[in-house]
Design a protein around this ligand. Structure first.
Ligand code: PEP
Ligand code: MG
Length: 580
């Protein structure tokens, strides 16, 4: 039966292929021993998670009764609520926690295995299939317990035009998604998530269609269902009929043709009609992405998100391994600059190798917690390893060092002192390194509002709009429930951005935008009008942005954008943006 689901379009294009359901519960969860005095607390934590999962199902039930909601939804919600309320599952977990003094996640998976094994014995095929529901209920509780997902099971993609593999998951962590780089994944959809979550960002960097925040995809879709993902419109079509399939195949071919045409711009100069040169840099996550940056003719790497080097492994990369990774990018870019951002771990980006470090508490508000530079300053030894590796790579090309999440003058000072210490250590060890420019990310409103120390102490700025929007509007960028309020055009955001660009330019300090706004061709004219001359984005977006630059008149845009920035009504801002 054909049906469609809607969510948030996070990465454009069309994928047509077979569903691959990703289940997290059966994948590894941490196992640790509790102290006797912590057992009761752990049972309490489990009870709370069960209650939260129950409340989630209740609100899903309310949505299922809305006219037009898929009929299957209400059925699955009821089954899931029944399973969750059944003591066979939950009492067993409590007992395991008490008897074995183990953590709730581990106990939950053990108990699930026990129950599921019993289901395998059933003669009745219908009952045997309910096993999947148990797994999904367990996943729901685990998600509450952990707030994160685990490594994806790998499945080899089949080949053939219609056999793109489309991953369907409740949620994917950035660590999960980055693994798609080594697999042939045609696209993915998730039930959770917001448009600038790192999962969405990785999807854009992979240039695969993706839709997040679908809510019901995982429970309604079966393995191997034929799917169409329209990543531009945020639509998923399940089991399409022949006509729809033909139409989407045609659209897919047209899009591919458009991409081919854009290739012609690779060698063109990135200049506006009135002769303003605009630098277009690439954002990368892994060293292998450097090649794509080069292929699209990027002026350099404007953001190397190094935290991805730390994910999906048990041991931290040591200084030599990091140095080799950074050097390979620097060498691939030749004489073009490579902006290496120091570890921005925390919030939605996790690395199990860092689990026992300072940031590894269950932070009450991870996005406001010990993330990025805060984590690095709390772990100076670990930070120094990275700083030395980056400095050593500077000997092989043009390196710029970028520090994320700065807000306080003393953080700048501490960071500069540690960089100095790293230089001293390298000199002692007779290691070579060259001069590097040191920049700060402007992604916390406080930084944009109090730029003085940044302008005095650093060499360049890079505006991280993803976090700047999140922190200005108090909208969790990973939370689909508030995604409709995540507004890059909010007047407060535009004001912070334009003030930062102007203040930097007043003292002739280079300033870039490296958040997702820089890669959105619909916003290129706005940013040019703000005075921005350095953009950094995924290589897959660079040529479309270049096309916009080549068609723009910077002087004219400056005057129009100055007027737009005086507005404070969202409709008027959108209207003026259209007119740009
Ligand atoms: C940003 O916040 O805009 C940014 C570029 O950093 P990240 O998306 O990695 O947080
Ligand atoms: Mg950021």
């Amino acid at each position: 039966m054909t049906f469609s689901l809607h969510g948030q379009a996070v990465s454009g294009g069309i994928a047509i292929g077979r569903a691959h359901l990703v289940s997290h519960a059966i994948l590894e969860v941490a196992h640790y021993q509790l102290r006797e005095r912590d057992v009761a607390g752990e049972v309490g934590r489990f009870d709370k998670a069960v209650a939260t999962a129950g409340a989630e199902l209740d609100s899903l039930r309310a949505e299922a009764s809305v006219p037009g909601a898929p009929a299957e939804l209400s059925a699955f919600v009821n089954v899931h609520a029944m399973i969750l309320a059944d003591p066979t599952l939950t009492d067993g977990v409590r007992e395991l926690i008490r008897e074995r003094r183990c953590n709730a996640e581990w106990a939950m998976v053990q108990q699930m295995q026990l129950v599921v094994d019993q289901f395998d014995e059933f003669e009745d095929a219908y009952l045997r299939e309910r096993k999947q529901d148990i797994v999904q209920v367990v996943e729901r509780v685990l998600r509450v317990l952990q707030g994160k997902q685990r490594k994806l099971a790998r499945r080899k993609a089949a080949t053939g035009a219609d056999d793109d593999l489309i991953v369907v998951a409740n949620d994917l962590s950035p660590a999960d998604t980055i693994q798609f780089k080594n697999l042939r994944i045609g696209g993915f959809v998730t039930d959770m998530g917001g448009s600038t979550s790192h999962t969405a960002i990785v999807a854009r960097s992979l240039a695969i269609p993706a839709v997040v925040g679908m809510q019901y995809a995982r429970p309604l879709i079966q393995d191997d269902d034929l799917l169409i993902v329209d990543g531009t419109r945020g639509v998923l079509i399940v089991d399409p009929d022949g006509g729809v399939l033909r139409e989407y195949r045609l659209r897919k071919t047209e899009l591919e043709l458009d991409r081919t045409k854009l290739q012609r711009l690779v060698t063109g100069r990135s200049r506006t009609l009135d002769g303003e040169h605009v630098e277009l840099h690439a954002n990368i996550e892994l060293p292998q992405d450097a090649e794509r940056a080069r292929d699209v003719g990027a002026d350099g790497v404007g953001l190397f998100r190094t935290e991805f080097l730390f994910m999906n492994r048990d041991e931290l990369p040591d200084e030599d391994e990091q140095f080799e990774a950074y050097r390979s990018v620097v060498k691939a870019l030749g004489d073009k600059p490579v902006t290496i951002r120091t570890l921005d771990i925390g919030a939605d980006k996790e690395a199990r190798a860092l689990r026992n470090r300072a940031g590894n508490r269950a932070a009450p508000n991870p996005a406001l917690g010990l993330r990025a530079i805060r984590f690095c300053l709390a772990e100076p030894q670990l930070f120094l390893v990275q700083l030395r590796a980056i400095l050593r790579a500077s000997h092989y090309g043009k390196v710029r060092l970028l520090i994320p999440m700065l807000a306080h003058a003393q953080e700048i000072e501490q960071t500069l002192a540690l960089i100095e210490l790293a230089r001293f250590q390298l000199r002692e060890a007779r290691q070579k390194f060259d001069a590097v420019a040191i920049g700060g990310m402007i992604e916390i409103p406080a930084a944009a509002l109090a730029l003085g120390p940044f302008l005095r102490r650093l060499d360049f700025l890079s505006i991280g709009t993803n976090d700047l929007i999140q922190y200005t509007l108090a909208i969790d960028r990973t939370d689909g429930a508030v995604a409709h309020l995540y507004d890059p055009l909010h007047p407060a955001v535009l004001k912070l951005m334009s003030q930062t660009i102007q203040s930097a330019q007043r003292v002739a300090m280079p300033v870039a935008v490296c958040g997702e706004m820089a890669g959105d061709p619909k916003l290129t004219r706005l940013l040019l009008g703000m005075g921005l001359r350095e953009f950094s984005m995924h290589p897959s977006q660079l040529l479309e942005v270049k096309q916009q630059v080549m068609m723009a008149d910077a002087a004219q845009l400056a005057a129009r954008v100055a007027r737009l920035l005086k507005l404070d009504e969202p409709e008027k801002i959108s209207e003026q943006l259209e007119k740009l």
